[in-house]
Design a binder for this molecule. Structure first.
Ligand SMILES: Cc1ncc(COP(=O)(O)O)c(C=O)c1O
Length: 393
């Protein structure tokens, strides 16, 4: 694997994490979903400000379980509104749960769905808005949240790459009915692989806990439900009542041990990432790059180089400069840009005119990001900006 002078992520699993994990392995003989998972879920819920959390093996699993839950709660509705600029698992989970994805464009200011476009797509068939808080920006305004609450529209927040954002002091991941997080390696905190489903609803939480573990009733952590169902299904062995369609997307005690450690430094890490981002925006040339982000409440994920205007030659020069300075980058931002251009959506793409996705298309062709992580050196950020200064138009 190529070693970069500036990789997308560095040192996310620390020496201390490893030592704590080794100690746990030596002193324990239960490693699958158990007490440590419960502890991590409780601490995560406290940090986020929700009643319930379910630890799963990835953000993609969190997406899938959430949409499967939606399909049980909103049986008579068929559409889910989603931005074209998101991760594939958001769209795939919509399709796999029997819904039709309704794509909308994004805003460049926060890289999230365009609120006016969403308003136009809401109708009687709308089961939910599946919002992505992209790249550490807050993905919706207070007005829009009020609007969808008034209309009683189900909101699922994908906060997989935006841990710690807040809308007027209320954390992202607490604004809708369900939220999802990822703890994959490059995210704000990591359990190596991992994800979380969060909610304030006991009903949703019970469904999440069961769907995580094969749909088993005994995994629901809901004694009232267990008692009711047991007495209604006297012909079944009460240990093996598969109450809802489920999967096995459990995580392990080992990942939970890392998660508990990582959570202790999450806030400090978010502050460092935000400081790096501020420094980057201060020094980045404004003649060619878009820097007019809405930073209020953000929790930066990565440093963006988004061209203000379409210019293929200039974009090529930027890529060459990154390559020659051994800086890792991702074109099209997280998710590879416009989902509608991906082969898995080729039949759906036909129904859309990509010209109506101006900002998603711009991100697809004229944006990239480089990594931001807590111990990224200031001088590297300043050097990158100087390298960009030297690029001739
Ligand atoms: C917005 C978003 N949703 C979902 C996921 C999937 O998370 P995971 O990689 O943990 O499956 C990602 C992954 O980075 C993501 O960025």
């Amino acid at each position: 694997m190529k070693k970069f002078n500036w990789p997308l992520m560095s040192n996310n699993i620390t020496q201390n994490d490893k030592e704590i994990l080794i100690k746990f392995i030596k002193s324990s003989d239960k490693f699958t979903n158990g007490e440590k998972v419960k502890q991590f879920e409780k601490k995560w819920s406290q940090w986020l400000g929700v009643k319930y959390s379910t630890f799963v093996n990835s953000g993609a699993s969190a997406n899938l379980v959430s949409l499967k839950i939606l399909s049980e709660l909103e049986k008579n509705k068929s559409e889910v509104i989603v931005p074209a600029f998101t991760w594939s698992s958001d769209v795939v989970s919509i399709i796999n749960s029997g819904f039709k994805p309704i794509f909308v464009d994004i805003n460049l200011k926060n890289l999230a769905l365009d609120e006016e476009s969403v308003k136009k797509k809401i109708n009687k068939k709308t089961a939910a808005i599946f919002l992505t808080h992209a790249m550490g920006f807050v993905g919706l305004s207070k007005n829009f949240l009020n609007y969808i609450n008034k209309k009683k529209i189900f909101l699922i927040e994908d906060t997989c790459e935006s841990h710690g954002i807040n809308l007027n002091g209320k954390k992202g991941g607490t604004l809708g009915q369900i939220s999802n997080f990822s703890f994959y390696y490059a995210h704000h905190m990591s359990t190596i692989e991992g994800g979380m489903i969060c909610t304030n609803s006991k009903e949703i939480d019970s469904l999440a806990k069961m769907k995580r573990g094969h749909g088993l009733l005994r995994d629901s952590q809901n004694q009232k439900l267990i008692n009711n169902v047991k007495s209604a299904y006297k012909d079944l062995n009460s240990d093996f009542i598969f109450f809802t369609e489920g999967f096995n997307v459990r995580n392990t005690e080992l990942s939970a041990v890392i998660g508990i450690e990582q959570l202790k430094r999450l806030d400090a890490n978010i502050r460092s990432r935000n400081k790096n981002h501020e420094l980057f925006l201060k020094h980045l040339r404004k003649d060619i790059f878009f820097t007019d982000f809405d930073l209020k409440g953000s929790s930066n994920y990565a440093l963006h180089l988004i061209l203000k205007k379409k210019n293929k030659n200039l974009f090529k020069k930027i890529i060459l400069a990154l390559k020659s300075n051994s800086i890792e980058y991702r074109i099209g931002s997280a998710g590879g840009g416009n989902q509608l251009r991906q082969p898995y959506l080729k039949s759906i793409k036909k129904k859309y005119n990509l010209k109506n996705f101006t900002n998603t298309e711009h991100m697809h062709f004229y944006s990239l990001y480089v990594g931001n992580y807590p111990d990224l050196e200031r001088n590297k950020i300043i050097k990158l900006c100087k390298v960009m200064d030297k690029i001739n138009l």
